[in-house]
Design a protein around this ligand. Structure first.
Ligand SMILES: Cc1cc2nc3c(=O)[nH]c(=O)nc-3n(C[C@H](O)[C@H](O)[C@H](O)COP(=O)(O)OP(=O)(O)OC[C@H]3O[C@@H](n4cnc5c(N)ncnc54)[C@H](O)[C@@H]3O)c2cc1C
Length: 394
C-alpha cells in the first residue's frame, strides 16, 4: 500500500496484519460466536488470551497513564475484520477501565491495572440508566452521604441507590466505573465517578438478552457503600470523566464499524466472483459492480474519517481546537459516517449473497445483527449530527 498523508505507515500496516493473524490463530478458536447462549456471557478465556498476547496492555500505554486513539482504532478495526466477539471484549475492557486510567489514584491503578491488562479482571462502564440514555446528564443513581460507609479511609462516604441499564459486561464484571449523583445540582453538575468492585454488598444484577450475543445487563444498587478512596477524579467532576472517556472511544466505535464493513465487503467481492447466474459470475452484472464500488467507497471514506479523528485526538491528548476540524467535530463525523456506512455495506453484502446470508451462523447473518447497535450507543447518530452542527456553527 502506498504511504501518503492519508495512509498508514509500514509499521502500522504490519501491526494490523499481525493482529489479524493473532485473531485468526489464537482468538477465533476461543470465540463463542456460533453459540448465542454462550455469546451472552463474558468470555473469560478469550479475554485472558488477549491479555497473554499483549493486546489489552496496548489499550493502556504509558504505565496506564496515557491513551493512543489511533492505536485503539487500528486494534478495533483489525479485530473486527476477524472476530466481532474478540473486538467487543477488548473494547469493553478499555471503556470500563479508561476512567481509572484517566482519573484514578495511584492506588486504584496499582490495584487494578495488572488484573485488567492481563484479562484476569473484567471491567465495565456504568453510565446509562432506564431514564437517562442519550441524555446521560439526567442520571439519577443517588449517592447519599453516610459517615458509616467510609471503607477504610475513615472520612465518610456514600451509599449508592438506584439502577443502571444496558451495561456491557454486567452483571459479570469484576469492577464497575459508576456515575452517581453526589450533589443537589441537576444535570451534569453534581455527578461523581466511582470505582466499585463487584463484590460490594448491595450490588446485584441480571443479564439482558439482545439481538446479537453481547454480554450486557442491568445493575441494582441497594445502599452500596463507597468511600473517598473509590472516587475517580474530583467529587462533582464525574460527568467530565465520562465525557472524556467517550471522546476517546467515539472514533474507535467508527473503527469497529469499518472492520465490520471491510469483512462484509471482502465476502461480497469473493461471492460475486464465484457465484454464477445468467451465464457468468454475478460481478459481471453492472448493477452488482456498481453496488460493490459504492460499498468500497463508503468503507474507505469511513476509514479515512476515523484515522483523521484519531490522529486529531492524539495530536492534542483529546483537547485542541474547537470547530468541525477539532477532535470533537472529527470524532462525531467519524462515528456517524462509519456506523451508517457499515450498516449500508453489511446490508448490501447480504443482498448480494441472497438467501445463504440469512442462514443462522453465516458471517453476514452475524454481522447484520452486530452492525445495528453502534448507531445507538456512545451517542446515537442523531446526537452526533447535533454535535457536528454545534461545532460547525462555532
Ligand atoms: C449493545 C449496547 C451496549 C451498551 N453498552 C453500554 C455500556 O457499556 N455502558 C453504558 O453506560 N451504556 C451502554 N449502552 C447504552 C447506550 O449508551 C444507550 O442505549 C444510548 O445512550 C442511547 O440511550 P437510549 O437507548 O436510552 O435511547 P434514548 O436516549 O431514549 O434515544 C432514543 C432515540 O431518540 C433519538 N434521540 C435521542 N436524543 C436525541 C437528540 N438529542 N436529537 C435527536 N434525536 C435524539 C435517537 O434516534 C435515539 O436513538 C449500550 C447500549 C447498547 C445497545
Amino acid at each position: 500500500m502506498a504511504t501518503t498523508a492519508f495512509a498508514l505507515d509500514e509499521e502500522q500496516q504490519r501491526f494490523c496484519a499481525r493482529v489479524r493473524e493473532q485473531a485468526v490463530e489464537r482468538l477465533l478458536p476461543l470465540a463463542h460466536q456460533d453459540d448465542p447462549a454462550l455469546g451472552e456471557r463474558v468470555n473469560r478465556p478469550l479475554l485472558e488470551e488477549m491479555g497473554q498476547l499483549g493486546l489489552l496492555a496496548r489499550l493502556f500505554p504509558g504505565g496506564g497513564r496515557s491513551a493512543a486513539a489511533l492505536d485503539l482504532c487500528l486494534l478495533r478495526e483489525s479485530l473486527a475484520r476477524v472476530s466481532t466477539e474478540a473486538e467487543t471484549a477488548l473494547a469493553l475492557q478499555g471503556l470500563g477501565f479508561y476512567p481509572v486510567v484517566q482519573s484514578g489514584s495511584e492506588a486504584q491503578l496499582a490495584r487494578w491495572l495488572p488484573e485488567v491488562a492481563s484479562g484476569r479482571a473484567v471491567a465495565a462502564f456504568a453510565l446509562s440508566e432506564p431514564g437517562a440514555g442519550s441524555d446521560a446528564a439526567a442520571l439519577a443513581l443517588e449517592a447519599k452521604p453516610d459517615p458509616e460507609a467510609d471503607g477504610s479511609a475513615g472520612s465518610g462516604g456514600w451509599r449508592l441507590s438506584g439502577e443502571k441499564c444496558w451495561i456491557s459486561n454486567a452483571p459479570e464484571a469484576d469492577l464497575y466505573t459508576v456515575f452517581a449523583r453526589t450533589g443537589p445540582d441537576g444535570g451534569a453538575r453534581g455527578v461523581t465517578a466511582f470505582l466499585v468492585p463487584a463484590d460490594r454488598p448491595g450490588l446485584t444484577g441480571e443479564p439482558l438478552d439482545m439481538i446479537s450475543p453481547h454480554p450486557i445487563g442491568r445493575l441494582r444498587f441497594d445502599g452500596v457503600p463507597v468511600g473517598p478512596q473509590d472516587v475517580l477524579g474530583e467529587i462533582g467532576g464525574g460527568f467530565r470523566v465520562a465525557m472524556r472517556t467517550l471522546d476517546l472511544f467515539r472514533p474507535s466505535v467508527g473503527a469497529f464499524a469499518v472492520g465490520m464493513a471491510q469483512a462484509a465487503l471482502d465476502a461480497a467481492v469473493a461471492h460475486a466472483a464465484a457465484r454464477e447466474a445468467f451465464g457468468g459470475p454475478l460481478r459481471e452484472l453492472q448493477s452488482v459492480g456498481h453496488r460493490l464500488a459504492e460499498m468500497a467507497t463508503r468503507t474507505e471514506a469511513a476509514r479515512l474519517l476515523v484515522y483523521a479523528a484519531a490522529a486529531a485526538y492524539d495530536a492534542n491528548g483529546g483537547t485542541g481546537e474547537a470547530g468541525l476540524h477539532g477532535p470533537t467535530g472529527r470524532a462525531a463525523m467519524a462515528k456517524l459516517f462509519a456506523t451508517e456506512a457499515a450498516q449500508y455495506v453489511v446490508d448490501s453484502a447480504v443482498q448480494l449473497h441472497g438467501a445463504r446470508a440469512l442462514q443462522r451462523g453465516h458471517l453476514l447473518e452475524r454481522l447484520y445483527r452486530e452492525v445495528r447497535a453502534p448507531r445507538i450507543y456512545e451517542g446515537a447518530s442523531e446526537v452526533q449530527l447535533s454535535i457536528i452542527a454545534r461545532e460547525l456553527y462555532r
